[in-house]
Design a protein around this ligand. Structure first.
Ligand code: ACO
Length: 321
């Protein structure tokens, strides 16, 4: 028994921001951003919220799966950038789409969040707690980015992706691995709220995401191939069996490096980061939805999904679509 993705959806803010618009904010250039990251533009919220983008992506995933909102048993929202602490994004999705029979909660593992949520849904189905789930990855990181820091503001974009998964007797997810290394969490951290209460003195806090880009780069190149190999080992598949490696979209050079280390042709590593930048937990489901709608994913194909991010966290799963 496992779970299978039977519907996908995505949503992007209306406003597109090209590299040249960021050149006016910090000391950078379109050429530098393209060459060092592969990113040409991204979508930035001018009012869309994590919940509104997620709900739109979820509606599209349900429509794609041919399911009614009332049939959904579990809603998981992966995000590290909710607008408010409560209610959680998943409960807002539940209300917006009218999925009154679903249990709903959020999960934060930064850019690995979608994979961690997929793993949770898999475990819930395996445990007999539910038979289906709607999983969204949604971020509006533009509010946590320091638009005066050229090391981070060039990278991120806003958006959401969602999948509807269902219990299946064969195929589906075949192997799953996840890792967390809190000891090295400091290399990508921030976006906090100030402690304000009558007893707290003045506190130091980091309102924006701060990142040691080189360390994150090295972590991804080292850890993702190992994690992918582990997931393949659990699934009984080999690198050569995989039609598509759908990886977290952080940087083109990271994906190129991972393809080399795995000894797999880059053509099997689809990318959309040129158009949307790094959308954190939305990146994998957003790319899956675009690939599905382009007709590049068909039943029976073998896929690896893999993400890495703040935490530090990393995960991979191998599946038969
Ligand atoms: N424009 C122009 N120059 C820049 C810019 C910029 N936007 N950013 C940095 N530079 C400069 C640096 O100051 C440095 O100059 P120096 O040599 O005079 O000191 C030079 O370019 C090289 O800097 P590096 O940091 O070595 O550049 P690098 O090639 O590593 O690229 C980048 C930086 C793009 C951030 C890269 O390290 C990267 O992609 N890292 C991974 C980041 C990532 O994946 N983050 C998301 C994780 S997901 C999550 O959980 C949120």
């Amino acid at each position: 028994m496992s779970i299978r993705i039977v519907g996908t959806g995505s949503a992007l803010p209306k406003r597109r921001v090209e590299n040249r618009e960021i050149v006016g904010l910090v000391d950078t250039s379109d050429a530098w951003i393209r060459e060092r990251t592969g990113i040409a533009g991204r979508y930035i919220s001018t009012g869309e919220t994590v919940a509104s983008l997620a709900a739109q992506a979820c509606r599209r995933a349900l429509e794609d799966a041919g399911k009614q909102a009332g049939e959904v048993e579990l809603i998981l929202a992966a995000t590290c950038s909710p607008e408010e602490a409560a209610p959680c994004v998943a409960c807002r999705i539940q209300k917006d789409i009218g999925a009154g029979n679903a249990v709903a909660f959020d999960l934060n593992a930064a850019c690995s969040g979608f994979l961690f949520a997929l793993h949770t849904a898999w475990a819930y189905v395996e445990a007999g707690i539910c038979k289906n789930a709607l999983i969204a990855g949604s971020e509006v990181l533009s509010k946590l980015v320091d638009w005066e820091d050229r090391g981070t503001c060039i990278l991120f974009g806003d958006g959401a992706g969602a999948v509807y998964v269902e219990k299946c007797e064969s195929g589906g997810i075949l192997g799953f691995v996840m890792h967390a290394d809190g000891q090295r969490g400091g290399v990508l951290a921030g976006g906090g709220r100030q402690l304000i209460n009558p007893w707290a003195g003045r506190q130091d806090f980091r309102p924006f995401l701060e990142m040691d880009g080189r360390e994150v780069f090295a972590f991804a190149l080292r850890q993702v191939p190992v994690t992918v190999e582990e997931a393949l080992g659990k699934s009984g598949l080999a690198t050569g069996d995989i039609d598509l490696f759908v990886l977290h979209q952080a940087n083109r050079r990271i994906i190129e490096g991972i393809s080399k280390r795995l000894g797999a042709d880059l053509a099997r590593f689809p990318m959309n980061l040129e158009q949307v930048g790094n959308t954190s937990s939305a990146a994998i489901p957003l790319l899956l939805d675009q690939l599905r709608r382009q007709g590049r994913i068909e039943r029976g194909m073998h896929l690896v999904l893999s993400g890495f991010g703040a935490g530090l966290t990393c995960g991979a799963c191998a599946m038969e679509w």
